[in-house]
Design a protein around this ligand. Structure first.
Ligand code: NAD
Ligand code: MG
Length: 383
């Protein structure tokens, strides 16, 4: 029996992970779960899965859960409790599915404890890629990407990376792919969150609409596959059937295809090197034709350009754009700024934040907080 610790159990990835667990109760045991504030959803999950630990990072929510819960689950509170369950000796696999920079420390704790980390929290790599990959290597952790593109590349590289010339991330282009650029100024949060193919949390849905999600994924791919920016390509593929491709020197290209459903990715991460059923039906290519591919528009989707720039600058620039993006997206979702202001706030934060090469987690956290302050000040001028 594999003991699973699920960080971000109440989110979109959390829910899909539990639906894969439900198909294989003889294989997976839900050992620990976490959420931020949604204690009512956690109560339901605790009753169903009877985990040994339930962490609510919000202390008030932890108290509420503890008051309502009967049974043997220990309720812990605070962000540091995430590290405890991630590194617990009885944890075998960690699903790192917290959204945002808040997920970084617990992913790192899992790496340092040598666990299998199924990494959905791409921010761990965007913020602390060098430190994180070093910890994975030093502690013999097993890192399996839970982002459809990176999981596709991971699958395509199972035969090895000899003769690899480049990798290519596919991007759906989001809900505004065909919206004229001059109409983007007035789009609403609900329109931005209405992704044509994938059902996801609101923050990553806005990132897909700006294509910042692809930008963060380029940085994620740089660390996961140890490749420079010029070997990472992006292609727009509105149908989201080809999840990504790997190009080799001999003219061969390998791609992984499937219906856009994260359960395929999650079940692969949970069963690798085996494959198990995920609840996703077989792909029917005849129902998806034609499959289209376009070069991305870096002017309309300025966030993608900014992410490439940050990767080329290296060091703190990547954490800076991530922090500025988190602030800007939150303000957009709260109707405080306009959609196009997101890229402007990120660009100005990148120009104004100090650029350096962080060596420690403390320096990374410092830069994150500083970039948030700068982004907040800049955002204020757009409110
Ligand atoms: P979500 O918003 O649906 O869920 C987020 C989870 O994190 C919830 O359980 C929430 O309680 C928890 N959380 C939120 N803020 C927190 C905080 N401050 N401290 C601790 N926990 C907190 O998000 P999601 O769509 O499931 O995405 C999770 C991660 O997976 C993100 O990093 C996202 O980029 C990545 N990802 C998601 C998808 C997808 O299809 N949803 C695909 C690829 C990658
Ligand atoms: Mg993705």
């Amino acid at each position: 029996m594999i003991n699973l610790t699920l960080l971000g159990a109440t989110g979109s990835i959390g829910k899909s992970t539990l639906s894969v667990v439900d198909l294989h109760p003889e294989r997976f045991n839900v050992f620990a779960i976490s959420a931020h504030t949604s204690w009512q959803k956690m109560l339901v999950l605790c009753q169903k899965y009877q985990p040994a630990f339930a962490v609510m990072t919000d202390e008030h929510a932890a108290q509420q859960l503890d008051d309502q819960l009967q049974g043997d689950t220990a309720v812990l509170s605070g962000a540091q409790s995430l590290d405890i369950i991630a590194a617990h000796k009885n944890t075998h696999y960690v699903m790192a599915a917290i959204v945002g920079a808040a997920g970084m420390a617990s992913s790192l704790a899992a790496a340092k404890a040598g666990k299998r980390i199924m990494l959905a929290n791409k921010e761990s790599l965007v913020l602390a890629g060098d430190i994180f990959m070093q910890a994975v290597n030093d502690h013999n952790a097993e890192l399996i990407p839970v982002d459809s593109e990176h999981n596709a590349i991971f699958q395509c590289l199972q035969g090895g990376s000899s003769g690899l010339s480049k990798i290519q991330l596919t991007a759906s282009g989001g809900p505004f792919l065909r919206t004229p650029a001059n109409q983007l100024s007035s789009v609403t949060p609900d329109q931005a969150c209405a992704h044509p193919n994938w059902s996801m949390g609101r923050k990553i849905s806005v990132d897909s609409a700006t294509m910042m999600n692809k930008g963060l994924e380029v940085i994620e791919a740089h660390y996961l596959f140890n490749l420079p920016a010029d070997k990472i390509d992006v292609v727009v593929h509105p149908q989201s059937i080809v999840h990504s491709s790997v190009y080799f020197k001999d003219g061969s290209t390998l791609s992984q295809l499937g219906d856009p459903d994260m359960r395929t990715v999650i079940s692969y991460a949970m069963s690798h090197p085996d494959r198990i059923s995920s609840g996703v039906s077989a792909l029917d290519l005849t129902k998806n034709s034609p499959l289209e591919f376009y070069a991305p528009d870096y002017d309309k989707f300025a966030c993608l350009r900014l992410a490439f720039e940050a990767l080329k600058q290296g060091g703190s620039a990547m954490g800076t754009i991530n922090a500025a993006n988190e602030i800007a997206v939150e303000k957009f979702l709260d109707d405080k700024i306009k959609f196009l202001d997101i890229a402007k706030i990120i660009e100005k934060t990148l120009e104004n934040a100090k650029h350096f090469y962080p060596k420690t987690l403390a320096e990374i956290v410092d830069n994150d907080q500083n970039a948030r302050l700068i982004a907040n000040q800049i955002a204020h001028t757009y409110v």
